[in-house]
Design a protein. Structure first.
Length: 341
């Protein structure tokens, strides 16, 4: 198997930069993380089943020194190309479809990816003596009764609804991760990621940022689900990756999850206004039914991230949206967008 020929021996590993296994490394956030780790001079073994990843995310990484790709679905036992790799220092789990329409397409697979897949990666970390980071989600707070959401809020999640495969899957993944840590089997970190946007998003992902920007660039109707009064807080991807890297290296026992997100909250209607101003679109707005169990509001309390990591997002929405819009314009071959607001 071609990948196995690239795996390092113990001797080579001792002299080599430290190795990161990044599950979901060809995805939206994962591809930015792989690039940042390579930029820091580290090696990356990227695992991805390419279910929701964009091939061009991968192509941009494949030429880089120290980068190795193994196509694999983490819900299945890890291949020897991964378990046999020497010198694994960090294991990152970013592998799961995160967009509601996509993770609901095969809910059994979503649940198993989060629970069985996380277990496979935890075992890998345990065997290698590596530190493990789980990317959990603000979805563990469900439709929150507490606002903003701090990590000690236990959430309001439906375990029977269509989002449960993801929300409850991530909650179970957190439980499993902390169980490994409590038993001294692995050093762990758990990030709860709030809505994130930026280049490398899939235009067909179905998220509100990608949908609105792509619709505006294509001159299509802009879709708003419900009346658009629900809120979200959007974090630019470079800030998210900086937070994840800080968390992985943070000097604490790892026994508590850490929210990562941008606390600037807005309604979906307000986001629509920003996209309209940025793109100059005059397209109609089309109201569609609010999806089942769609949270009414969401804003991270990032006090813990600030205290533990000295981290806070830096990129303002206007700047992040402009960069995202320019990237989508390029990606779609659309006409350059209007940059002024
Ligand atoms: N949404 C919308 N129009 C779209 C896609 C999504 O109004 O074209 C809404 C969606 O119902 C939700 C919010 O925007 O209230 C954020 O949706 P997204 O899927 O981006 O993230 P999540 O629901 O996982 O926070």
């Amino acid at each position: 198997m071609q990948q196995q020929t690239n795996i390092r021996t113990q001797d080579e590993a001792a002299a080599a930069p430290r190795l990161n296994v990044v599950a979901g490394g060809a995805g939206f956030i994962g591809s930015h993380l792989c690039r940042a780790l390579l930029d820091r001079g580290e090696a990356v073994l990227c695992l991805d089943n390419l279910q929701t990843a964009r091939p061009s995310n991968l192509r941009a990484l494949e030429g880089r020194a120290g980068f190795l790709f193994v196509q694999h679905d983490i819900s299945q036992p890890l291949p020897a190309a991964v378990t046999g790799a020497a010198g694994i220092a960090r294991v990152w789990n970013l592998a799961c479809a995160a967009s509601p329409p996509l993770y609901q397409r095969d809910p059994e697979h979503t649940m198993l990816t989060n629970v069985v897949g996380t277990n496979h990666l935890l075992r890998l970390a345990e065997g290698a003596g590596a530190r493990f980071l789980l990317t959990s989600t603000s979805e563990v707070y469900g439709d929150p009764e507490h606002h903003p959401q701090a990590e000690d809020y236990r959430g309001n999640v439906s375990c029977t609804g269509p989002r449960a495969c993801y929300d409850e899957g991530k909650r179970a993944a957190e439980a499993l991760t902390f169980d490994y840590a409590r038993a001294g089997r692995a050093e762990v970190r758990v990030a709860r990621i709030f809505n994130t946007y930026g280049p490398n998003m899939d235009p067909a992902d179905g998220r509100v940022v990608s949908n609105l920007i792509c619709q505006a660039l294509r001159g299509e109707a802009l879709t708003i689900y419900g009346d658009g009064s629900q809120t979200r807080s959007f974090c630019f991807v470079s800030d998210m990756v900086a937070g994840l890297m800080a968390l992985m290296e943070a000097d604490f026992d790892g026994m508590e999850p850490v929210n990562l997100g941008n606390p600037v909250e807005m309604t979906v209607r307000e986001l629509l206004g920003h996209v309209q101003a940025l793109t100059g679109t005059g397209a109609a707005v089309e109201q569609r039914p609010l999806p089942v169990d769609d949270p009414r509001r969401r804003r991270p309390d990032i006090t813990r991230a600030g205290a533990l990591l000295g981290w806070a997002p830096r990129v303002p929405l206007a700047e992040g949206l402009a960069a995202t819009c320019a990237w989508f314009a390029d990606e779609l071959g659309a006409l350059p967008h209007k940059t002024g607001t």
